[in-house]
Structures are given as structure tokens and as C-alpha cells.
Design a protein around this ligand. Sequence first.
Ligand code: GLC
Ligand code: CA
Length: 535
Amino acid sequence: MSAGEPWWAESVIYQIYPRSFFDSNGDGEGDLPGITSHLEHVQSLGADAIWLSPFYTSPNKDGGYDVADPRGVDPRFGNLEDARAMIARAHQLGLRVLVDIVPNHFSDQHRWFKDAISAKPGSVERSRFHFYDPKADGTPPNNWISLFGGPAWTQVKSSDGSAQYYLHLFDSSQPDLNWDNQDVADDFEKTLRFWLDLGADGFRIDVAHGLAKENILVDHHDPQGLSDALRLDVEMSSEKRGELLSSVPFFDRDGVHPIYRNWRKLFDSYNRDVMAVAEAWVHPPVRATRYVRNDELQQVFNFDLLVAPFDAAFLYKCINDTLEMLRRVNAPATWALSNHDTPRVASRHGAKASRALALFVMALPGSCYIYNGQELGLPDAEIADADRQDPAFFRTKGVHKGRDGARVPMPWNGGQTPFGFSSGKPWLPIPENWRELSVSAQEADATSTLNLYRKALKIRKENLVGAGEIEWVDHGESGLISFARGEFAIYLNTSSTVLQIPSVGTLALGSDIDVTLENGSLTLPGATAAWVAIR
Ligand code: GLC
Ligand code: CA
């Protein structure tokens, strides 16, 4: 970090999916004590911070993103003392801690929603959510579709004869909160303070673009097109997606921003560089910069790389556009190649290309997010339908397989599954052929993906952080992109042909052993990347 830069500006943030990191008590699910006992892995990787997906009290219908008590720990993960100990251990190892905050919806098991169900239409209890009467023909108040498939409304028939519907953009067990209700805003401020007071350093804000809804009583003109456009696994041109998303009445409305301005004041009152990163899938991408204006949040995820093809010209444009638009609001970029919602990068591009892409991205200015298992090069696992848990699978009646393949537990060591993750039966089976991919197998192999990440993050911290902006050299012609930054020249070859590049430097790191630099010539085979020290 250069002098004066806040800790998060160029931080490496490691995402832990608590259910899948390490199981300390043999029930087959990862937990907080398991995280605490394995944080050294994160430290030795060279990360600066962890972000934990939810571990709060939850019936777990959507991997814990259905929160029944945002200030309580689910017993499956441990208790508050375990959370405190986990944060303390992270701090001891020099790791900051971000927790997930889920403000768009609660679980239907939250006390407020149970109260709302037993209260009358028009009551205070119902006004914390979006309850509306049916249309005259008995159908839902509008034709919006859940992002997980099916209608966005579920009907509640009460003994008083009323039959209102409530809104849920996700699963029916995740009723959307009404942010026009002051109780909602007050409760979230309480939750933010609760975790900050427990020691957290900041937040990842779930569905940050969804809190304000407009025109609820109006039908959307193309609900199926809309729901397809919202799903990143549905292929369509970016023009088509943009056209469909430009008028979504429940995402990226102006009304979300006053909420983050208030949160920012709360963060700043802590006097210790509290930060938050927004999950905001918006269109066109430049709309994301509105979330990181100087009185709002500090970071917003850039999702382009999660869906980008392995194509130099495309990557050049995507990275360059991102850097330029964020420069205008003076906010750092964020780079993520995998998370718990999308197919893993090693499955999207294959092992070799995904290593090359990761090495290239780790040299960029800004913050780098690494999803647990990405540093092992884990692919998505094949999951039998009977093992699936994602509500997206059930709500689409199996048409969309869902996200479970990217959520399989970490292989740590040993000769057979579950590779040290648990002494019991893991909640999702770990493939037998992940033996070579375990942490201990890769530690023993100098050329492993794990060691590539470790070496890269070490050089990054020592030589690249604080080195300022990049200077593009190759823009994707013949499959090559390259830039100079600080003392390094950084190359990525996305073509399938070997490139020979004249070079005066020395090879600091190659994404594979076939990358070499001899007699003033860098050999960059197809799907590889290199960091060359040039000064
Ligand atoms: C976010 C989470 C995802 C969850 C959804 C609903 O997109 O990352 O896992 O299903 O929000 O909370
Ligand atoms: Ca456990």
C-alpha cells in the first residue's frame, strides 16, 4: 500500500464460503471454529482480508442468504463467541474481516415476517415488507418474475378472508423488505453497528442495487426477457441484455443511494477505515460508479470478468473501460474471477487459461477478490440432482442446474475424499479426483496453482502495490495484451499459438513452466501469462 492509501485500495480479499471451508465438528458442514483454525492458509496465500458469506441464523433455503436473525450466529456455524474468536484470530494474523450484509430481504422465519403473516392487511407489521392485494382477477399485483424462476409473488390466505401477496425477488422464503419503512433502516443500522462493535472491518452488501422498488403496481412489459437478462448463465448479447435491463423497476433505482450515504456516515463515525463493497449488477456498467461516489461506498464489484470470454481484445476493453470509469470517481477497481454464484474460472476457461488470467489480473491496480478454492484451481464439481440444494434448481424445476457445483467443500489433505475437510460426510460430495488439488498436495509441488498464487501475491505486495497506473502496450492484437506497471511488464496470450516477444528484462513469474525468457526473447505459449522485471 502506498502512503496515504487506505488499507482496502489495493487489498487482496479472500472470500470464504463458511459452509465449505473447514468442518471442525464432523457434522459435514464448515463452521466458524473451522475457519479460525485454518486462517493461516489465507495468511500464507498473501491475502489482506477475508469476506465471509453469511453465517447468521437461517433456515438455509438459499445458502444462508435467507437471514432469520442478522445479529445471531446459526448454531450450524457455532455461536457469537466463535465469531468473536474468529475475528480476533484474523486480526492477529493481520487479516481484516468483512461480513456479508443482506438488506434486500429477510428469511420468512425472521420474527418480523412471522408477525406480518399473522397481522392484518394495512398493519405496521405488513408495511415492513411489500404486501399487496391481488388484482381484480385474483392474480399477483404485477407480473414480475423471481430471479430464481417462477413468479415474484406468493399469496397468504388469512383467517380474516384476506389473500394478499408478498414480493420476493428471490426464493419465496426470502420476502423483500420495504426500505420506505423507517423500522427497516433503523434495524440495519443496528446490524451494521453490531458487527463493527464485534470487530468487523466492513461489509459486502448483498443485492445492493435492489433495495428501492418503483411502480410496484405496474406490469413489466417483458417479464420472461427480463428474468433471462438477469441470469448471467443465460447467453445473450450485451446489447440485448442492456436493452432488457435498462428499465428494470426494482434494480438500480435512485432510491438506493440515500441509504448508502447514511451508511457511509455510520462507517466514518468509527474512525478506523471501515469499508463496504457493493454487489450491484447494473447496466450499463458505468452505473456502478454511482455506488462509489465519494460520500457513498468504497468499492463496487466488477462482474465483467466473471462472464468474460478468454479473449485478449475483449479483456483489454473490459479492463480498460473499468479503470477509466472508476478513475472519474476516484474509486479503486475490483477484480473477481470466481464467486459462489457463478461457474468457477477453471471450469469456464480450463486449468491453463485460468492460471494465466489470474496471474494477469493480480498485477492490475485495485483490489483483487479470490474465492476459496480458486487458489487451488478447483473446477466446478459434477453434482447429482439428488444432492443439489440451490433454490434456483428447484424453482426452475431443474431447468437451471444452479450454483452448487461452485460451492463444494475445500480439499485440504489426504488420499481420499473428503480430503481432511470433515471427519463426517460433507454436505456436498468432494470428487475423488481432487486428490492432486488438495492444499497439501499443492504445497509439495513447486509448479502448482497454489504456489503460483502465493508467489504472485508476494511479488504484488512487495513491488506492485502502490506502483500506480498501468501503461498499455498491446491491446489484444494477435491475442496478446500487455502493460507496463512499476518495474514490471505484464503479458497475457489468449491465442493458441506460441508468441515470441523481444524482451530486455528477466522473467519474474510465468503462469506455466513452458513460459521462458532466454537471449532477449520471451516465449509465451498459448494460454499463458508472464511477469517480466524490466528495471
Ligand atoms: C446474492 C448472493 C446470492 C444470493 C442472492 C439472494 O446475489 O450472492 O448467493 O442467492 O443474493 O440473496
Ligand atoms: Ca461443522
